[in-house]
Write a protein that binds this ligand. Structure first.
Ligand code: GLY
Length: 583
């Protein structure tokens, strides 16, 4: 029996590797081993031994893996993947956006958090997106030159490389330059993503030139997309580092396009941009330690807050995705998101009470506000301040090696393809991250809702984010690294993914693919993915929850679990294009 199990496991391991990528086909499982996978689980991870990259797109993910195979460390691979995604995954991979990188350094047993979030240009002002009628001008806020914050990605990637990488700029940028210069076949996913945003991209002549054929038609699946201007920009960065982007010809082209389009970013804004290192946020759930994103992300704070609210419940006994569990989870989410709208912002500009919000005693008091079997209407939780809907088009990749070094990186242009405005001669799209500020603090937004004063616009400030690169530690060792796109849904996506592993003992694949819910206090709406049973939804409705079932998937995790020296990886297969590259 044992022999049969071991044979089946070996068979599974080799099949999983072949299915994942050619690189994985080369991996071999040792003859004798303790099973690391329970192959009765619903979804199975890809297995690697030495290095693994999990990301939203195949070519960039494999580029990261090759860097590991060439002797680079996880940070080298993360930087190479980040630049390569700017070429192969233009909806969210970027040079013109920003993000957060969480690194675990095994040798020093410490974690580093790099904040390369965009900043508001110096000339930005609190009311810049309000029309004469005092209402938000959403086209200006999301699809104009003014929608763009000063890009942080290049500074962030180079900061990571310089401080924690081991390779040269030329080495880690080489895959991205080759992909941009030589081109690559358009995948099903890219074809689909371009089609979904075609109307908006076509409105900008430079974006039309970059992402459509010379006659204006769409690239078919398998046709080669070349981006010589982007290759030129990447070469400037390879040759001159940060100055090659934030000063000199690239910066001049950005500033010129800003002037032409009535945008606010100047040469001074670009020269002043800095990536920052901040202490990551830390907390615990039972025996697990959670390390995640601090402000200006709201992610880590609210993941910890919700975990604190649930920590003393016997979640396993309630049953995964039972009505009782989802009720409790929803009520905890509502409390956290109510606090988000009030207390979160850029800590360099406003006081953010992180310690108080993540205090277990605070959670114990808040827990008393949750009623068994009955949904508390959002309006009774706190008055009037709510979170507006956020774009879902951020992206995540996660990298690990067998020594326990890990990187979880989330970065974004905000909306899919950002503002859909490209800077002529750079191959680069502009972000629309200014939309993550509260354009009208205390007033109604696009959804008839309101955001908090702490996230009001100011020059040099970083807009509040939900991006939540997270690493969970078990017995002091890195155990589970993950993150997700999804705007405000990032927080609840990452939360449920790690809860699935910590409280329900799921493997990394099942944890990332099991149906999720989302509630953000207001609108008072419980979103439920497909796959939660109608009976459960009925029970939730009977408790008073306003359930909205079906619709888009919530988030898209890219996760790695470390176990007994093995790397177990999973991409959320419910969205196209994700890839696990391992060896
Ligand atoms: N733009 C999405 C976020 O930062 O949360």
């Amino acid at each position: 029996m044992q022999k049969l199990a071991s044979t089946l496991l070996s068979l599974y391991l080799s099949l999983a590797m072949v299915a994942a990528s050619p690189a994985q086909a080369r991996a071999t499982a040792p003859a004798e081993q303790t099973p690391i996978i329970d192959y009765n689980e619903r979804f199975l991870p890809i297995v690697g031994r030495t290095g693994m990259v999990v990301g939203p797109e195949q070519l960039a993910t494999e580029a990261g893996l090759r860097i590991l195979q060439q002797g680079g460390n996880v940070v080298d691979a993360a930087v190479a993947t980040g630049f390569a995604l700017a070429v192969t995954y233009p909806r969210a991979g970027n040079l013109g956006g920003g993000g957060f990188m969480l690194i675990h350094l095994a040798e020093d047993n410490r974690q580093v958090f790099i904040d390369y979030r965009e900043t508001a240009p110096a000339a930005a002002s609190r009311d810049m997106f309000l029309g004469e009628d005092g209402k938000e001008d959403f086209m200006l806020e999301y699809f104009s030159h003014q929608a763009s914050g000063v890009p942080g990605t290049v500074a962030g990637m180079l900061y990571a490389l310089e401080h924690y990488g081991s390779m040269s700029r030329e080495q880690v940028l080489a895959p991205a330059i080759a992909l941009a210069e030589e081109g690559f076949p358009v995948s099903f996913a890219l074809n689909y993503e371009l089609a979904a945003r075609a109307d908006r991209l076509r409105r900008n002549p430079e974006a039309l030139r970059l992402y459509f054929k010379p006659d204006g038609s769409a690239y078919e699946i398998g046709e080669i997309l070349r981006q010589p201007d982007l290759a030129w920009t990447l070469r400037q960065i390879a040759a001159r580092g940060k100055e090659g982007f934030y000063q000199g010809e690239v910066a001049s082209r950005i500033a010129a396009e800003m002037q032409r389009g009535n945008g606010l970013i100047t040469l001074d804004d670009l020269a002043a941009y800095r990536a920052l290192e901040r202490p990551p946020i830390r907390g615990s759930f039972r025996d697990f330690e959670i390390v995640s994103a601090p402000p200006p992300s709201s992610g880590g704070v609210h993941i910890l807050q919700i975990l604190n609210l649930l920590e003393n419940e016997d979640l396993a006994a309630l049953g995964h995705n039972s009505a009782a569990y989802l009720h409790l989870l929803t009520e905890a989410m509502k409390l956290a998101y109510a606090d988000r709208s009030e207390y979160l912002g850029d800590p360099d500009f406003v006081a953010v009470p992180v310690a108080a919000l993540t205090d277990k005693a605070y959670a114990a008091r808040q827990r008393k506000l949750i009623t068994d079997q009955r949904a508390t209407p959002a309006a009774q939780i706190a008055p009037g301040r709510v979170l507006k809907g956020e774009s879902q088009d951020t992206t995540q990749y996660t990298i690990a090696d067998r020594h326990g070094n890990m990187v979880s990186n989330t970065y974004t242009l905000n909306a899919s393809f950002g503002s859909a405005i490209a800077v002529p001669g750079t191959g680069m799209l502009l972000n629309n991250e200014m939309g993550d500020f509260a354009a009208l603090p205390g007033g109604a937004n696009m959804f008839g809702l309101v955001q908090g004063e702490r996230n009001a616009i100011a020059g040099g400030k970083r807009p509040l984010s939900s991006m939540s690169p997270t690493i969970v530690f078990r017995d002091g060792q890195p155990w589970f690294a993950t993150g997700s796109p999804g705007g405000s849904m990032i927080i609840t996506t990452v939360l449920q993914t790690i809860l699935n592993a910590m409280a329900f003992d799921m493997n990394v694949a099942t944890a990332g693919i099991s149906p999720r819910i989302h509630h953000q206090w207001l609108p008072d709406e419980l979103q439920a993915e497909q796959g939660i049973s109608p009976d459960t939804l009925r029970l939730l409705r009977e408790m008073g929850h306003q359930v909205k079932a079906g619709g888009r998937t919530i988030g898209r995790t890219q996760s790695i679990m470390l176990r007994d020296g093995w790397l177990l990886g999973a991409t959320d297969t419910r969205r196209p294009g994700g890839w696990v590259a391992a060896y």
